[in-house]
Design a protein around this ligand. Structure first.
Ligand code: IMP
Length: 181
C-alpha cells in the first residue's frame, strides 16, 4: 500500500492524545452561545474572528448565538511555524468598529500577548464595548494580565492542535483538540 504524506497524516491523527473531544467542544460552544446571547440581548453584536486559528470556533459559535450579529475577521500572526511565541505580533485588518458592541473571538489565550495587542489596537476605534472570548485558556505562570470574559476550557501548558489550531499550518482540520507534545 502506498503511504503518501497525506495518508500518513490521516493515520497519525488517532495516535495523538485527544485532550478535548468534539462532543465536549460542541456542548461547551452551545453554552457559550447561550451566555453571549443573554449578555448582549437587545443589541447587535460584532464578532471579530482572529485568523487563522479561530475560523472553526467562530463558525460554530455564531450558529449558537440567537441575537443579530455581524461577523468580520482580522489576521494576527506571532508564531511563524514555531511552538513558542516569537513575541512579535503582526495585525492586518481594515475594520471600523466605532460605537459597536465588539467581541473578539480567539482560538487560544496562551501568553496573552496577541490578544493584548488586538484589544489595544481595536480600543483605538472607540467601540461601544470591547470583550474577548477564547476557546482555550492555557494555564501558564507568566500571562499578560488581560480580562477574557468568555473562556471555553482551561488547559494545561501543552501544545495543542485541531479545531482550527495548527502547527506549521497542519492539523487545523482535526475535529477535536489534540496534544502534539
Ligand atoms: P499568545 O500571544 O501567546 O496568547 O498566542 C496566541 C496565538 O498563538 C493563538 O491565537 C494561536 O494562534 C497560537 N498558539 C498559542 N498556543 C498554541 C498551541 O498550543 N497550539 C497552536 N497554536 C497556539
Amino acid at each position: 500500500m502506498s503511504t503518501d504524506s497525506s495518508t500518513e497524516k490521516q493515520m497519525d491523527i488517532p495516535t495523538k492524545e485527544v485532550l478535548i473531544s468534539s462532543s465536549d467542544i460542541n456542548q461547551r460552544v452551545q453554552q457559550l452561545g447561550r451566555e453571549i446571547s443573554e449578555d448582549y440581548q437587545g443589541r447587535e453584536l460584532h464578532l471579530v474572528g482572529v485568523l487563522n486559528g479561530a475560523f472553526v470556533f467562530l463558525a460554530d459559535l455564531v450558529r449558537q448565538i440567537d441575537i443579530p450579529c455581524q461577523i468580520c475577521f482580522l489576521q494576527a500572526s506571532s508564531y511563524k511555524n514555531q511552538k513558542v511565541s516569537t513575541g512579535e505580533v503582526t495585525l492586518m485588518h481594515n475594520l471600523d468598529l466605532s460605537r459597536k458592541d465588539v467581541l473578539v473571538v480567539e482560538d487560544i489565550f496562551d501568553t496573552g500577548l496577541t490578544l493584548k495587542y488586538i484589544m489595544e489596537d481595536l480600543e483605538q476605534q472607540k467601540p461601544k464595548s470591547l470583550e474577548a472570548c477564547a476557546l482555550l485558556n492555557k494555564q501558564i505562570p507568566d500571562k499578560v494580565p488581560i480580562a477574557v470574559k468568555y473562556i471555553g476550557f482551561n488547559i494545561e501548558d501543552r501544545f495543542v492542535v485541531g479545531y482550527g489550531l495548527d502547527f506549521a499550518e497542519h492539523y487545523r482540520e482535526i475535529p477535536h483538540i489534540a496534544c502534539l507534545d
